[in-house]
Design a protein around this ligand. Structure first.
Ligand SMILES: [Zn+2]
Length: 506
């Protein structure tokens, strides 16, 4: 007989394809062992945890997270960032190991990020490589080893930010390599020269307040660079993901490319669903809290377009782009009190990613629960080579689970079924304040937002690591382990070129 360490009873399981009501989940050795009815009768000595009829969904996979990078000295550490992850229902983060221009080899970079993360993470984790100096030596000799030995199957490339931006020719060279290695290529698409040109003029005329950040990075900079990234990827016949999209026109470029069956993916983030550039006009310097790139958009039509893109499949993943800096700190946001160009870019959002979309999307009927699971867990697992262990609820998969609170309808159904009203614990809606969060940042852009649900329990490989009504974070740092990843199972090069010439033919 199997060792069953936990049975979750009376779950409403939802995956990216189905909803299974009144189901029990038996967990053995950190993995899902069995789904079925009345499992405690089969395993009478196993401990149980009732879901009270509520949704039990796959643990979140947040595939765009910045932790403890050198360029953000006041941001979250691996410990505090991943602590906030589990308190928001995320059990896997993919963060960045970031190469500096002066780094001639990637091996010490990866080793250094291992050193920072090892023993400190509350959830499982992997690394994407940020390439800012993709020398031929690195592309030919180092990337193949990192794919094979380290299981690092994705890179991120920047078209903007002077210390990291790559020229088009460099982007193409990297794409040729990632194509041959089966890596997923992530691209930050904004036109660096447009932004620099606008920035110089804004500063020269004394427009130095946080709001000028949005003026310096208009939609057109994202629209142009997105179209160019799609064109480069088409030329190179390589699957890409455009990260953190915010503009309706840019999302339209992606949608048209997908209609032509190009292997193109895209991502958007919570802040592009909920906030406009109005946030940057906050009192005094407070707008700096919402300085991120791409900038929050002027028009609510862009926000609607991001919601549409989540529903209609333009976006493959929904990630936090957690890239925080403390507000009230001379090396944090306040670095930019003289001019907006010195404000560190980025927002905290790891903990609020899942609950904000669950409440504003699933519970309002704007997004199906299937789509929610696909965007927050299944697709990131598939795109980044974790599709055999993460992102769904099925026997053999890691028992990474989020138990939500029963909705009033679910609580009523549970009471009817069991005769137990006391067991079905709903959640009282509340307004979020930063003090409730588990990151190490002194603000949240979601301050004051009402939440009608939240992860009640987060379970990492069978272990309860977050118990909202009990002791809160009950996992410890070091619970999370490093994930060696394989290839994307979502898309691959098509072997289709823009003309009769195959640029890879030998
Ligand atoms: Zn980012």
């Amino acid at each position: 007989m199997a060792d069953i360490e936990l049975i979750i009873t009376n779950a409403t399981i939802a995956t990216a394809s189905d909803t299974l009501p009144n189901t029990d989940i038996a967990i053995s050795h950190g993995k899902i062992f069995l789904l079925g009815q009345n499992l405690p009768a089969l395993f009478p000595t196993a401990p149980t945890l009732s879901a009270d009829g509520a949704y039990v969904l796959p643990g979140g996979v947040d595939s765009h997270v910045h932790l403890q990078q050198d360029n953000s000295p006041t941001g979250d550490t691996w410990e505090t960032g991943t602590r906030s992850a589990i308190a928001g229902g995320t059990t896997t983060v993919l963060a960045f190991a970031s190469q500096k221009r002066t780094d001639e080899s990637l091996f010490p970079v990866v080793e250094e990020y291992h050193r920072r993360a090892r023993g400190n993470a509350h959830c499982d984790y992997g690394f994407h490589l940020i390439l800012s100096n993709p020398t031929p030596h690195i592309l030919e000799n180092e990337l193949p080893i990192l794919v094979k030995e380290e299981g690092i199957s994705s890179v991120k490339l920047y078209m903007t930010y002077q210390p990291m931006r790559l020229r088009d020719s460099e982007l193409l060279d990297v794409m040729g390599t990632t194509r041959s290695l089966g890596m997923t290529t992530m691209i930050h698409a904004e036109n660096a020269d447009m932004i620099d040109w606008m920035t110089r003029r804004l500063e020269a005329r004394g427009h130095v307040q946080p709001y000028a950040h949005a003026l310096a990075r208009p939609n057109i900079a994202e629209d142009e660079a997105t179209y160019r990234a799609l064109s480069l990827a088409q030329l190179a016949d390589v699957p890409i993901l455009i990260v953190h999209m915010s503009s309706a026109v840019a999302a339209g470029h992606v949608r048209r490319a997908q209609t032509k069956l190009l292997p193109v993916h895209a991502e958007t983030c919570p802040h592009y669903l909920f906030f406009t550039a109005e946030k940057l006009r906050g009192e005094g310097f407070s707008g700096a809290m919402c300085v991120c790139s791409p900038a929050l958009r002027e028009s609510a039509m862009d926000l609607d377009a991001m919601w549409d893109g989540l529903v209609n499949g333009t976006f493959t993943t929904f990630s936090s782009d957690h890239a925080p800096a403390k507000y009230d700190h001379p090396l944090g946001k306040k670095k930019g009190t003289e001019t907006f160009t010195q404000i560190p870019n980025g927002l905290p959002g790891l903990e609020t990613r899942m609950p904000s979309l669950f409440c504003a999307g699933v519970l309002t009927g704007r997004l199906s629960v299937q789509k929610f699971v696909e965007l927050t867990a299944s697709n990131p697992a598939k795109l980044y080579g974790l599709s055999d262990t993460k992102g769904t609820i099925a026997p053999g998969y890691d028992a990474d689970l989020v138990i939500w609170y029963p909705t009033p309808e679910q609580a009523e159904a549970f009471a009817e079924k069991t005769g137990k009203t006391t067991g079905s614990k709903g959640m009282t809606p509340f307004k979020l304040s930063n003090a409730m969060l588990h990151h190490d940042i002194d603000y949240t852009p979601f301050e004051g937002m009402e939440f009608t649900n939240w992860p009640r329990y987060t379970i990492l490989r069978g272990k309860v690591v977050y118990d909202r009504d009990g002791a809160g974070v009950v996992g410890v740092r070091g619970d999370g382990g490093y994930l060696k990843r394989g290839r994307s199972t979502l898309s691959r090069p098509r072997g289709v070129f823009v003309n009769e010439f195959d640029p890879y033919a030998t």
